[in-house]
Design a protein around this ligand. Sequence first.
Ligand code: DGJ
Length: 750
Amino acid sequence: MPQVKKIYKMIFLIVIMVILYGVDSCVAQSEAPEPNPPRWAKQTNVITVTERPQGWRIETAASVYQIAVARDGIVIPVYYGPRGQPLQVRKANVNVSSKVGSHIREVPFRGGFIAQTPAIEVIFPDGTRECDLVYSSSEIFETDGFPCLRIDLRDPAYGLVVSSYIRVIPELDILEKWIVLKNMEKEPILIENSQSGSIWLPVEEYDLFHLAGLWGREFMLHRTLLTPGVTTIQTRDFVAHENPPWFAVTPSRQSSETQGPVWFGSLHYSGNWRLDFEKSPSGNVQIIGGINFWDTTWELKPQEEFATPKMVCGFSPEGMSGASTRMHNYIGQHVLRKKFRDALRPVLYNSWYATKFNVNEQQQLELARIAKEIGVELFVIDDGWFKGRNDAHAGLGDWTVDKKKFPNGLQPMIKKINDLGLDFGIWVEPEMVNPDSDLYRAHPDWVLHYPKRTRHERRNQLVLNLARKDVCNYLLESLSKLLRENNISFIKWDRNRPLSDVGWPDAPRPMQYEVRIRFINNLYNLIDELQSRFPEVLFESCSGGGGRTDLGILSRMDQVWTSDNTDPADRVMIQYGYSHTFPAKLMVSWVTNADWHKVSPSLKLRFHVCMSGVLGVGTDLTKWSQEERKLATEMIALYKKIRPLVQEGILHRLHSPFESNRAAVEYVSQDGSEAVIFLYNLWETLPGSTPTARASGAVRLRGLDPDANYFLSNDRSGRASGETLMNMGLPWFVQGNFNSAIVMLKKQTQ
Ligand code: DGJ
């Protein structure tokens, strides 16, 4: 009888426990098999260990990211969104039995029931194509001054360890996610897919914003409703004119430029990448991104590791504008090379549109002399200076000076340019080769190719196989020689075609499938090594315009040639899209005489458009009249005054050129004491356009001190309070098509 009593007592206790904890508890209860209890090395107030649910809570200034360990040992996403929301973790999510297994996973893998796009897909040596990744250990530590959480997952049946990292930049509401796979088997594991990270948004109707375009029309903003199923943005040939890796997801009809929640992100990767947005039938949205493993696998040898590039995820409660500011700050403070992070970018002159391939010393010196006269600081010779390069048919690959054009080499010309007081920069396209070059004649096997297939040319060039170490060594040594023998302070690194024929017949079979990933790793190493040899040289990324603009390249290249389209009307639109994720400090914009729409834009408009980024001049200066030179001199002097605001201030998009025939952007100093506003009138014929014959309306400014008075100068003078300028706005005083104005604001001090 005492035995029966004992049983009754136990049942009673269990009932009480269920009443107390069972209904709204989200914790794996005591009957759950213990998934190796977490041992936390160190806690910070940003990343905390939680008991209910058992897991981690990451708090940034405006967001919360919460993860839990479910009863079956699977690490599951719980919540990602604004702070202050009640956490509704469904018990079913954590209390799953190992027989069924968690379907929703923080690191989604191919194995068991799958309800998400997988991040990890591997084949084990015995042919098993599924894995099972359960919690094994974790650590909270600091890297580069910021807290980082590492969660190790292990496959119970095989020697595979998957470590998922989340590094937190709390004040920018940014998480960096990446994954490292380690093979503890005795034979290789084949990685078919390894994404960098995944996030899981609450049930909602969402719009996806992304950038897409073409050559000459880069960075166009697109918006699409996420419907059940998967929406993918990606590249498969390295070129990202169509698609720089960036996204912003907002609840439909709730968020705007200045209000509402926005989840945004990007990838630190310049190779093939993909971002998938999977909306489940129940309405949750998973966002997952990383390397695009299309036509790619990676053989992970015993004891070796494979690390994915970083995926960046952020949250803004202040609409798209807040998302842009966070990305701009992130790029400015955490991505760009430390050496040049805080340096203002120089006003440059580039000779491409003036002289094309037909370059010589006398003509470049004449351009440099006028460039100096109007206030330029850096003179760049573009394509055409190297051996055999008379047009786009020959020369790529032979990075020695063309002695027919420069009989004494480049250095005497550089010296004269330096003596004028200008720095000197040069164009290269190292990843490419023309079949008509000494390099190709000597090493036809150095290009990507399949032996029995056509070597497809684009712009008469083939792609060097940078997966090969000998190719990289050749490039490192020839570029080093160029930089050693000449006083070069700037490199414009171009890439003018997408990949094709991505074969590497000499490599062992598994390496042949790794060629794209190895190419990018080696490209990064090549640039890094060159920069460590020549630390003073500033680098610009170019790919037939803005075709290579991503966080991977931006951690190496200090600025970007935004587009070959320098027509000011188009440029306003390109720059508007660009500003959604990339800061003005990188956005190189040249004044030229391009007139793609045959509307004869004025020189003043051309300058005003370029002055909202990194100002450059790229036209034939010898053809400018004295008046034009005078105007250019004034504009460059004005730019130097507003440059700290443009390059280091906070950007506000005030009026979209896609909404009407006007556009306006504002840059405000970090303390709100100064601002500069650019107003542009474009076509009157656009739908919804405002007649430009008369000035009308106003544009509301942002980011000012409402209680202060501001002095207005340049194209508008006067005085107004911050409150008036932000609530009533600055009158839109610009009249006429293709006209523009710059207004400077300065806070009255007492
Ligand atoms: C493409 C670039 O976008 C141009 O600025 C110029 O550098 C040419 N290549 C040179 O071939």
